[in-house]
Design a protein around this ligand. Structure first.
Ligand SMILES: [Zn+2]
Length: 293
């Protein structure tokens, strides 16, 4: 009970401090186009940043996203803006040209790892991407807010360390299972499959589906055959996009005892980058172990 009067005293005192103290406590506004970059920003900025993520609903198809006036307002207020690039979020370019703070920083993941329009845009599944974005952000925050620089750099170090555990799992899988053939309905998990040394079948089909076009009969037949003839050991599907064509492939996979693994574009609620990727890798490792006995 003693804490009550103390708290009351602090609440009374707070407005008196507002003149000077509030400025140093002012949080840096960060807008991330996708929620995993938002999670990253929170992990690097800690209590010194206020993060808004635009794409955060794992049940929506990010490729069909349309912006709203509130998104434009968030961008206008942001000091740091993080987005994917490589044509994944072309609506960001439009928002950025509308109105931004004069001293804002834009961090584009694609630019940091040398990817461009036409490349597989699911860059966050490339193990090089998140460390590069984290470093760029920690450096920018340190420059803006030198008083808390040590804090940002320490957070960067812990972030990098936590990703090392994931890198180790990638190396372990690659050592044992490199060259094993897998397939996918969309190229969401493509960079990770490549890092794992897995051989991805039916890539053309995946790009067509990602662009909301109809795969050709030849592409469909090749895909179905890879499930029926036992060459594909795992079928990755984008659990954020479930249409009739996908449902049919999942059914064929089931009939032919091909392991099906759902992956998401957007970070699921209640997960962190680390638990999200770690969980997916565990699932892949388990599936490969079972399929190759
Ligand atoms: Zn996608």
């Amino acid at each position: 009970m003693r804490s009550v009067p103390l708290l009351a005293a602090l609440l009374v005192a707070a407005p008196l401090l507002a003149g000077n103290a509030a400025r140093t406590d002012e949080k840096i506004n960060i807008v991330a186009a996708e929620n995993f970059y938002g999670d990253l920003a929170r992990q690097i900025g800690g209590g010194h940043v206020e993060v808004t993520s635009i794409l955060s609903n794992p049940d929506d198809d990010p490729h069909l996203f349309e912006t709203s006036p509130s998104t434009a307002r968030n961008i206008a207020d942001a000091k740091v803006i993080i987005y994917n690039g490589a044509d994944y979020d072309p609506w960001m370019d439009k928002l950025l040209s509308a109105s931004t703070k004069p001293d804002h920083t834009t961090i584009v993941a694609a630019d940091l790892i040398g990817k461009k329009s036409g490349d597989n845009p699911h860059l966050w599944y490339n193990p090089a991407t998140l460390p590069a974005v984290a470093k760029a952000l920690a450096d920018d925050l340190s420059r803006r807010d030198p008083a808390n620089s040590a804090h940002y750099q320490a957070n960067l170090k812990s972030f990098q360390m936590s990703l090392q555990a994931i890198d180790k799992e990638i190396t372990d899988v690659k050592k044992t299972y490199a060259g094993i053939e897998v397939t996918a309905t969309e190229p969401v998990f493509g960079y990770m499959a490549e890092a794992l040394g897995l051989k991805m079948l039916n890539y053309d089909f995946q790009v067509t589906v990602m662009n909301n076009a109809e795969p050709s009969p030849t592409q469909v037949t090749a895909f179905e055959n890879s499930l029926k003839d036992g060459s594909a050991k795992i079928l990755f599907y984008n659990s954020q996009v479930t249409d009739e064509a996908t449902a049919r492939l999942l059914e064929i996979a089931k009939q032919n005892k091909v392991t099906v693994i759902g992956v998401t574009e957007t970070e699921p609620a209640g997960k962190t980058i680390q638990t999200w990727f770690g969980g997916q890798l565990d699932e892949v490792q388990k599936a490969l172990a079972a399929r190759t006995q």
